[in-house]
Ligand binder design. Structure first.
Ligand SMILES: Nc1nc(=O)c2c([nH]1)NC[C@@H]1CN(c3ccc(C(=O)N[C@@H](CCC(=O)O)C(=O)O)cc3)C=[N+]21
Length: 278
C-alpha cells in the first residue's frame, strides 16, 4: 500500500508552528506584513492569491492586497514595487505570476528588494541557493523537501529525477535535492528516452505542466512520486501531471492533487515571511 503524502496535514502543522512564532514575535513588538500584487483576474491566480491571504490571516501576518487591472503598465507596476521596497513597514513582496504579456517578468522580479523576496525568485536568491549561501528559498521546492522530511523519506544518496527545468520549480528543486545529497538528474523537452531515465528514480519529481503525463511506464517499483502539476478540466476538477490511478499501485509514496504540493507552497511562503523579520 502506497503512502499518500498528506500535504494538507503537513502544511497545517507548519502553519501552526509559524502561528506560534508569530505570536511570540508580536509580544516583542515585531509585526509581519506581506504585500501581494495580482495583475489581471485570471481565475486560477485568484484562487492561489486567496489561499495566501487566508494563510496570512490564520498565522497572524498582515497582508496588503494590490489588485491591479490587466491594463496596468509595466512602469506603474515597477513604481509600486519601488514604493513597497522603500516602505519599512512591508517585510515581504509577492507579485503573482504569470503577468500579462506586455510586462517583462524578469525585470519585475529583479526590481523586488532581495531582502523582501519571499518567493525566492530574485537572481540574488537563486544565486545564493546555487552556491550554498543564505537567502530565500523558492517555496514549491522548499515545500517538497519538507514533505519528504516530515514523511521520513530519506534523500541522501537517492537517485532523484526531476522532469521540468523552470526557474521557479525544476532548477531550484535540483539545487535543493543536491544540497540534501541526492544524485540529481534534470529532464526536459529534449531529453531522449524520458521514460527510461525516469525509471531510474528513487524519487521522481514531476513539474512538466501536462495533465496526467506520467504513467506507470515512467515509474520504478517502490519509487516516491511527487506531483507538482495542477490542472483543471472542463468540470473544474483538479488533476496533476501524474496519472495517479495508473501509478498508485506501483509506488511506495505519492502526493495527491489537490492536497499535496500546493498547500506546501503556501506554508513555505508563510515561512519565508517569518524569516524576513528574523
Ligand atoms: N509569484 C508567485 N508565487 C507563487 O508561489 C506562485 C505564482 N506566482 N504563480 C502560480 C504558482 C502556483 N501556486 C500555487 C499555490 C497554491 C496552490 C494550492 O493551494 N493548491 C491547492 C488547491 C487549490 C485549488 O483549489 O485550486 C492544492 O493543491 O491542494 C497551488 C498552486 C503558487 N504559485
Amino acid at each position: 500500500m502506497a503512502l499518500i503524502i498528506d500535504g494538507k496535514k503537513i502544511s497545517a502543522e507548519i502553519k501552526d508552528e509559524l502561528k506560534e512564532k508569530v505570536a511570540q514575535l508580536k509580544t516583542s513588538g515585531v509585526e509581519i506584513t506581506l504585500a501581494v500584487i495580482q495583475v489581471g483576474n485570471d481565475p486560477a491566480s485568484s484562487v492561489y492569491v486567496g489561499n495566501k491571504k487566508k494563510a496570512c490571516e490564520y498565522i497572524g501576518i498582515k497582508s496588503l492586497a494590490y489588485e491591479l487591472p490587466e491594463s496596468t503598465t509595466q512602469e506603474d507596476l515597477l513604481s509600486l514595487i519601488i514604493k513597497l521596497n522603500q516602505d519599512v513597514s512591508v517585510n515581504g513582496i509577492l507579485v503573482q505570476l504569470p503577468l500579462p504579456k506586455h510586462i517583462d517578468e524578469d525585470l519585475v522580479i529583479k526590481t523586488i528588494d532581495p531582502s523582501k523576496d519571499v518567493d525566492g525568485f530574485h537572481p540574488q536568491s537563486v544565486g545564493a541557493l546555487s552556491i550554498g549561501q543564505k537567502g530565500f528559498l523558492s517555496c514549491t521546492p522548499a515545500g517538497i523537501i519538507q514533505l519528504l522530511k516530515r514523511s521520513n523519506i530519506s534523500i541522501e544518496g537517492k537517485e532523484c529525477v526531476i522532469i521540468g527545468r523552470s526557474n521557479i520549480v525544476g532548477k531550484p528543486m535540483a539545487l535543493l535535492m543536491l544540497r540534501e545529497n541526492a544524485t540529481v538528474t534534470i529532464c526536459h523537452s529534449r531529453t531522449k528516452n524520458l521514460a527510461e531515465v525516469c525509471k531510474r528514480a528513487d524519487i521522481l519529481i514531476v513539474a512538466i505542466g501536462k495533465p496526467r503525463f506520467v504513467t506507470k511506464e515512467y515509474v520504478k517499483d517502490g519509487a516516491v512520486v511527487i506531483d507538482v502539476g495542477i490542472h483543471r478540466n472542463e468540470n473544474n476538477k483538479l488533476c496533476g501531471d501524474v496519472d495517479y490511478d495508473d501509478v498508485v499501485d506501483k509506488v511506495s509514496a505519492i502526493t495527491p492533487v489537490p492536497g499535496g504540493v500546493g498547500p506546501m507552497t503556501i506554508a513555505m511562503l508563510m515561512n519565508n515571511c517569518v524569516e524576513s523579520v528574523l
